[in-house]
Design a protein around this ligand. Structure first.
Ligand code: SAH
Ligand code: SF4
Ligand code: F3S
Length: 443
């Protein structure tokens, strides 16, 4: 708040975020960086002085959204030529100046590892296109103060980039090599968030469980980081995403048994249930190896809810491979899962490989999604009658209603007229709806 008699009118920044949670986090950090330049966030694009599109390159459709959104901005830019338009994120990294060639209305292009320089770019003190992988750590050059955080649940990026080079994936090229943030920076940011009322932190990374950061006494593993975070008073819940099966260390699995703050939920993408396809994808694990891992995780935390990602129609996938995937899904029983039709991405090893017939891939996708939907329904129905923790994140549409997340990350609607956002309450689940649960406050 500004108490001056005639405060200068704040400039308004509109940010649209595509893609994964890491982009959501980056958008918050960019907003904080731009706040130092006098920009406040607006929800109204038509009213903005600057529009920033934080983009995703993972599938063709995701990348094309950028160009259709830029096309729609043309009349606004024609009306107000001083409107600044910036493109950030993974399309910015992958396509760089090509974006400005295709869409001259774009003023700034900034990659995921250079956005700490956004204020300088806006001032004209840095190049308008910045997509290198700088040697400095952007986090050291961003405002330390996470002042825009108001919600009880927050993201915290601890690891960036990927060295795994799955044959279909752009992430190693758009986000760069794997880098783990040091322990002291992570703990400081977590404490700062908790001081601002945050009770739940989701640790983020493209391979978050591969995190191995510098600690006071050498390199720490991810399990140890979670134990240290669990020592922060007031941090009631810890989650993490996304994990790679090959980085599930014994210590991390043990943390699921030992650390009550670590929520019983794990997103562990497997992509396929066929060893032949897993090999062609360069995943470096087998279906049986994944199933053994799931057994060990469930031994440590029997009630854990597992979710995953699948790609159908990867080059070379046969009906038999697809049946292997269906069998793996049936065997594990997922709480929910994301499944995608393979999208060839330029620059990745699989790009030139002959594609599976599109209709065949569509049919496989439907079949897989039908099974996953059934499993999701069963998992939700299994919650009915149980008493769970729910962290209220926002009021519901109906008077007196609150919406929060259960321990297992289900959205739960609860009648709680006297409750506030940020309350962590005990709820008895009474009903399962399509994508949410209904509960009542337990005595
Ligand atoms: N780092 C995460 C994945 C991030 S991308 C991991 O290793 O699990 C999120 C999901 O998008 C992937 O798990 C994969 O299922 C999907 N995906 C990635 N590239 C894709 C492509 N070219 N076509 C279709 N789906 C893709
Ligand atoms: Fe992509 Fe594979 Fe890295 Fe995940 S592990 S980000 S799917 S290359
Ligand atoms: Fe998309 Fe980049 Fe995330 S490609 S999924 S926004 S890391």
């Amino acid at each position: 708040m500004n108490d001056q008699a005639n405060p200068p009118a704040a400039k308004k920044l509109f940010i649209k975020t595509y893609g994964c949670q890491m982009n959501v986090y980056d958008s918050q950090r960019m907003a904080e960086a731009m706040a130092t330049e006098g920009y406040v966030l607006t929800d109204d694009q038509a009213d903005a002085d600057m529009v920033l599109l934080n983009t995703c390159h993972i599938r063709e459709k995701a990348a094309e959204k950028l160009y259709s959104d830029l096309g729609r901005l043309k009349p606004l830019k024609a009306e107000r030529p001083d409107l600044k338009i910036g493109v950030a994120g993974c399309v910015a990294q992958a396509e760089g100046e090509e974006i400005v060639r295709r869409m001259p209305l774009v003023d700034l292009v900034v990659g995921p590892q250079t956005y700490h320089r956004l204020p300088a770019m806006v001032r004209g003190e840095a190049p308008a296109i910045l997509t290198d992988f700088p040697s400095e750590d952007k986090f050291d050059h961003l405002p330390q103060n996470r002042a825009t955080r108001r919600a009880p649940a927050a993201f915290l990026t601890v690891q960036e980039g990927c060295d795994k080079f799955c044959a279909f994936c752009v992430v190693p090229y758009t986000r760069g090599a794997e880098v783990s943030r040091p322990v002291d920076r992570i703990l400081r940011e977590a404490r700062d968030l908790v001081d601002r009322g945050v009770r739940e932190i989701t640790l983020l990374g493209q391979n978050v469980n591969g995190w191995h950061g510098a600690g006071s006494d050498g390199t720490w593993g991810f399990g140890r980081l979670i134990r240290a975070l669990a020592g922060i008073e007031g941090l009631d819940r810890i989650r993490y995403t996304t994990s790679h099966p090959n980085d599930m260390s014994d210590d991390l699995i043990a943390a699921h048994r030992d650390v009550p703050q670590l929520m019983p939920y794990l997103h562990l993408p497997v992509q396929s249930g066929s060893d032949r396809i897993l090999k062609a994808m360069n995943r470096k694990h087998t279906a049986a190896g994944y199933l053994r891992l799931i057994d060990r995780i469930r031994e440590a935390r029997p009630d854990i809810l597992l979710t995953s990602d699948f790609i159908v129609g990867f080059p070379g996938e046969t009906d038999a491979d697809h049946r292997d995937t269906m069998r793996l899904v049936a065997e594990v029983g997922f709480g929910t899962a994301f499944s995608f039709k393979y999208s060839p991405r330029p620059g990745t090893p699989a790009y030139e490989r002959p594609e599976v017939d599109s209709h065949v891939a569509d049919e496989r996708l439907q079949e897989l999604q039908a099974l996953l939907t059934k499993q999701q329904k069963a998992a939700q129905e299994g919650m009915v009658g149980r008493t769970l923790g729910v962290l209220f994140e926002k009021p519901g549409r109906q008077a007196g209603q609150m919406i929060g997340k259960s321990d297992y990350l289900h959205s739960v609607f609860v009648d709680a007229p006297r409750a506030q956002v940020g309350d962590l309450v005990t709820v008895r689940i009474v009903e399962s709806a399509t994508n949410s649960l209904h509960g009542e406050l337990a005595a």
